[in-house]
Design a protein around this ligand. Structure first.
Ligand code: PEP
Ligand code: MN
Length: 251
């Protein structure tokens, strides 16, 4: 039997409903999150994503707003009654996350960070565990066991693509992990077609495939003006594109 992960009264990941998590790659400022929040709220989206601490390959690129970003998320959470997901990179931030963030995201780069995973085992919030970009499925499942052993079994897997020889897509979205994780674990799995493809035109087909494979949902980067996004604009949908995607999937 699959573990449904409770996010709120009547909101589960791993239940009947295919869940859409949406929002920008990074929290850039209050106005941006407010604009995105108002848009997603109107569409009935219940879980808003936004990175405050950004794990960037280049240390000179935008690293996120940090605590200020978390405070912005909190304001918008309260304004529109969202549940919030954001990436935690450092166990020293657990306390502030605990007060404001509903789902703790462990990013691809930290899937192997066993001390962080052990800390996630001690908290009582859902953990979204992204697949390491070079992790085998077995390694990914073992990473979840680190969390589980600590006593937290509110785990959601997230397939976000793995590195391959072909960089036409940013990553190779390994959708076969969806039925495999479902067979080998009791946890739900969602798909991240934004990081999984790195190309906005592939987000819709990847979402259709995730749905067909009975994934529990998708997490999609949405930005009012992707060309000007501080990170991951090329894989973010603008408002119109996201609305079209929802229409197409829900029909
Ligand atoms: C993200 O979700 O913005 C992110 C950094 O993802 P990943 O850890 O999969 O690269
Ligand atoms: Mn991103």
């Amino acid at each position: 039997m699959e573990n449904k992960i409770k996010i709120d009264e009547d909101l589960y990941i791993g239940g009947e409903e295919f869940i859409f998590i949406a929002g920008p790659c990074a929290v850039e400022n209050l106005e941006q999150i407010d604009e995105i929040g108002a848009f997603l709220y109107k569409l009935g989206i219940k879980i808003l994503r936004g990175g405050a601490f950004k794990p960037r390959t280049d240390p000179k690129s935008f690293q996120g707003l940090g605590i200020e970003g978390i405070e912005i998320l909190k304001k918008i959470k309260e304004k529109y009654n969202f549940k919030i997901i954001s990436e935690i990179m450092d166990p020293r931030d657990i306390e502030i996350f605990h007060d404001y963030i509903d789902i703790f995201q462990i990013g691809s780069r930290n899937m192997y960070n066993y001390s962080l995973l052990k800390e996630m085992g001690k908290i009582d919030k859902p953990i979204l565990l992204k697949r390491g970009m070079s992790a085998t499925i077995e390694e990914w499942i073992k990473a979840a066991e680190y969390i589980e052993i600590g006593g937290n079994n509110n785990i959601i897997f997230c397939e976000r693509g793995i590195r391959s020889f072909d960089n036409y897509t940013r990553n190779m979205l390994d959708l076969m992990s969806v039925p495999i994780i479902k067979e080998k674990t009791n946890y739900p799995i969602i798909v991240d077609p934004s990081h999984g493809t790195g190309r906005r035109e592939l987000i819709l087909p990847a979402t259709k495939a995730a749905l067909a494979l009975e994934a529990d949902g998708v997490m999609i980067e949405v930005h009012p003006n992707p060309e000007e996004a501080l990170s991951d604009g090329q894989q973010s949908l603008n408002f119109n594109e996201f609305k079209e995607l929802l229409l197409e999937i829900n029909n």
